[in-house]
Design a protein around this ligand. Structure first.
Ligand code: XIL
Length: 354
């Protein structure tokens, strides 16, 4: 019953992204990808752990990251990089001495060591991607953004850490690690490896999950906003606020718009970085529930249009192309396309079919 002919790109007024693996950017799924999306986020292959050999040396080749860059370069698409500094999918040795003991926040030498390691990591990623694809901002390099830090806010109130996750980064460097990450990323992506004359080619994002559950000072979004305000006040080179929006079909849909509007007072662009809406029913999902999911997506896309009209969105990214490839597939068919590459009701809603 759903007519698949309309491209999401014709229907939506902002860049439309999707998380991909090396498999998604070739073979059977290529047609669907090319029809509906003009931006890709590597789902796993630009994360810290993806860049290192077992002996801790930086890789000579990251074939999966290359596949994503190659797709974008060949198809006029953009790449949204993910992620430079995170607590997860990051090797422990980054935080350790050679004997396996952890660097200490009480030692200025250790703190300086971790800053250097962070700077080297970020610089190596930028160098790799510009050696292969040309300087950032040149015609040949499709990278336009990077999540610089990811998931640094606590789920519950935690005044003792100013609302920040007690990660190794935080334990050793304190809040300063976030400033450092943006400063080093800006230096590498927007200066050292930027094309001459290219003005700030890579937009630098902070990214967070569960921002849809309230906006007051005691909420996660309240803590997120407070941190970003501190960064802006300190002159940290941050450009954008990311909302993952790993949603649930039974979420209050009003919460998503409220989350985005909560940042209207800050001079930053916003992006939806990892959207999916599992039904919470498990699989298979019955038709009535899929229709409900379509209506939920409809209200989300209406809200995105309102947000975009207020202030252009950087992009809206679905966290996967088809349900069966989703990390949340078993929580209930979360995406816009089914495993047979057909548009679901959520897709129909996005392109404005009733
Ligand atoms: C997920 C991937 O989708 C999975 O394949 C992987 O096993 C774990 O990470 N927030 C993020 C993403 O920022 O990097 C996560 O991606 C999903 C939650």
């Amino acid at each position: 019953p759903v007519d698949d002919s309309t491209s999401l790109l014709d229907a939506l007024p902002y860049p439309v992204g999707v998380a991909v693996t090396a498999n998604t950017v070739q073979g059977d799924s290529l047609e669907l990808l090319n029809q509906h999306f003009n931006q890709v986020t590597p789902e796993n292959f630009m994360k810290p752990e993806a860049w290192y050999n077992d002996d801790h040396s930086f890789v000579d080749e990251n074939a999966e990251a290359d596949a994503v860059m190659d797709w974008a370069q060949a198809n006029g698409g953009r790449v949204y990089g993910h992620v430079l500094v995170w607590h997860s999918q990051t090797p422990d040795w980054l935080f350790q001495h050679e004997d396996g003991t952890f660097l200490s926040g009480d030692s200025e030498a250790d703190r300086q060591e971790l800053r250097e390691r962070m700077r080297t990591h970020i610089n190596n990623v930028a160098k790799y991607l510009s050696d292969k694809y040309g300087l950032f901002g040149s015609d040949t390099n499709p990278l336009v953004a990077f999540d610089v830090v990811n998931e640094v806010i606590t789920d519950g109130p935690s005044p003792e850490t100013d609302g920040l996750r007690n990660s190794y980064w935080y334990q050793i460097l304190g809040e300063e690690f976030i400033d450092d990450a943006f400063i080093y990323a800006n230096e590498a992506f927007n200066s050292t490896y930027a094309a001459p004359g290219a003005e700030h080619p890579v937009t630098l994002f902070i990214n967070e999950y569960n921002t849809q559950y309230g906006t007051d000072a005691s909420s996660k979004t309240g803590r997120y906003h407070a941190l970003i305000e501190r960064l802006v006040d300190r002159g940290v080179p941050i450009d954008g606020v990311g909302h993952q929006f790993h949603a649930w079909l039974d979420d209050d849909v009003e919460g998503f718009g409220a989350a985005m509007s909560a940042f209207d007072d800050l001079p930053l662009v916003q992006a939806v970085t990892e959207l999916d809406v599992p039904t919470r029913t498990g699989t298979p999902v019955d038709t009535q529930t899929l229709l409900d999911q379509g209506r939920f997506y409809q209200r989300l896309f209406e809200m995105f249009a309102e947000q975009d009209a207020k202030r252009d969105l950087f992009s809206v990214t679905l966290w996967g192309l088809v349900d069966s490839g989703s990390w949340r597939f078993y929580e209930g068919d979360p995406l816009l396309f089914d495993p047979y590459y057909h548009g679901k009701w959520g897709y129909a809603a996005a392109v404005g079919q009733e």
